[in-house]
Design a protein around this ligand. Structure first.
Ligand SMILES: [Zn+2]
Length: 431
């Protein structure tokens, strides 16, 4: 009889990450505490545990404040400084307010009207490097970003892509609540002032790697991945304590089972700054990943008590069918998407030519309502849902780690490879 995942053990691991340790910003003291904890937990499972270190810039905000000028009065609003951008050198910056709908306004041939302005930027990502370059050239005073995926009445946390800011510079950027931005527009707000006493110290973060070696030590590797870091102001129970807890539990259950292929568990750091830890790992071990990597199972946001499960990634149809079949055995029917996404630790592996999937549970069409929010804590998480992912994965790995011939190839379509290449150059700055 196969040992099953324990929902109680999954939740107690998650409690340590989210309640005992808490917010886990990359490069912070809590980042180190979390990786020490994961190291010691993996060590109980396998002697083959190590850190892979990489450089990061920590988001260190001492204080920030935002005021908006409405009807002749300055009013205070909450905000959350992006990672990978500067503060205001602990000085107040004041500027006229301009509203910019990023979904359409980058079509404007001339962005010089943003110069010296406080720009309310509707949309929290700039998925195009050329647009970011033009925005920086326009030299806005500062930017107030609005998340349109999860509109609400509190500011979410987010970051600018380091590959953008390293290459093209940065302005102060802070996140504001959608409902606040909406009211500024309705009430004809005409100016903003912003203060951020913040630093970006050079720090080190760590990927935690645990091997369960196969009987064929130079043979295939199956990667099981997650990220242990969080955004600012959130303990990240779902994003991504859940995935980290899942891979740890899979490792516990797989440790005593026979296997021909190596299972490599990696809890990556700095995913929230755009997969900095996994990109660094892929750059360093590109050859090994390309040669020995067979599959990546990436878990990121898998604990929603009410929601549904999606399996999204790149690879042959047989891969998707086989994976989905295991979830169905657990009575969990999934949506399956064959697509390239750059916003995941899976992506650098796809760049190395390894197929893989991201397994996650949204609860609304754009993800989860608590995404990057203060309340991404244990109250939304179901231990039973975490256990389903673990049990399906263990059953899948029993097959894949031991199959005489691996049951599917590494084909990723040329169209997807080209798409991935463009995104890799654009968002990550290439190899
Ligand atoms: Zn995540």
């Amino acid at each position: 009889m196969m040992e099953k995942a324990s929902p109680e053990r999954l939740l107690s691991t998650l409690r340590i990450l989210t309640q005992d340790i808490g917010i886990r910003l990359s490069g912070s003291a809590n980042d180190a505490r979390a990786t020490d904890f994961l190291y010691s937990e993996f060590k109980k499972v396998s002697p083959h545990v190590r850190f892979h270190e990489f450089p990061v810039r920590e988001r260190l905000v001492h204080s920030e404040a935002l005021e908006i000028h409405i009807d002749g009065e300055w009013r205070k609003y909450p905000s959350s400084l992006f990672s990978s951008v500067p503060g205001t050198d602990a000085k107040w910056l004041e500027a006229p307010l301009v509203f910019f709908s990023s979904m359409t306004d980058y079509q404007r041939p001339d962005l010089s009207y943003l110069r010296g302005k406080a720009v309310v930027h509707l949309g929290c990502h700039i998925p195009n490097r050329e647009s970011y370059r033009r925005l920086m050239e326009a030299e806005p005073a500062f930017l107030l970003f609005v998340d349109t995926r999860h509109p609400g009445d509190v500011p979410l946390a987010d970051g600018m892509f380091p590959a953008y800011t390293d290459a093209l510079g940065a302005r102060p950027v802070t996140n504001v609540a959608f409902a606040d931005a909406f009211s500024w527009k309705l009430r004809h707000a005409d100016a903003a002032r912003f203060y951020a006493d913040a630093e970006r110290p050079h720090k080190t973060s760590r990927n935690v790697i645990c091997d369960l070696p196969g009987s064929d030590p130079d043979g295939d590797i199956i990667y099981l991945t997650s990220h242990h870091d969080t955004q600012a102001g959130t303990v990240g129970a779902d994003d991504n304590g859940s995935g980290t807890t899942i891979i740890l539990e899979i490792a516990r259950l797989m440790a005593s089972r026979p296997r021909k292929r190596t299972l490599r568990f990696i809890a990556f750091g700095a995913e929230e700054q755009l997969s900095v830890g996994s990109a660094c790992y892929a750059r360093e071990f590109r050859e090994e990943i390309a040669k020995r990597g067979r599959l990546v199972l990436n878990y990121d946001g898998g604990g929603a008590a009410l929601g549904w499960t999606n399996i999204s990634g790149c690879g042959p149809k047989a891969m998707f069918d086989l994976i989905h079949a295991e979830w169905k055995k657990q009575d969990s029917y999934c949506n399956v998407f064959d697509e390239v996404s750059p916003y995941l630790d899976l992506f650098p592996f796809v760049m190395c030519g390894v197929p893989g999937v991201w397994i996650y549970r949204p609860c609304c069409t754009d993800g989860c309502v608590w995404h990057h929010r203060f309340d991404d804590d244990l109250r939304h998480i179901s231990g039973d849902e975490l256990a389903i992912h673990v049990n399906a994965s263990v059953s899948l790995l029993d097959n894949l780690a031991n199959a005489e011939v691996f049951p599917f190839g590494k084909d990723i379509s040329d169209v997807q490879k080209e798409e991935a290449n463009t995104l890799w150059t654009n968002l990550y700055g290439g190899w």
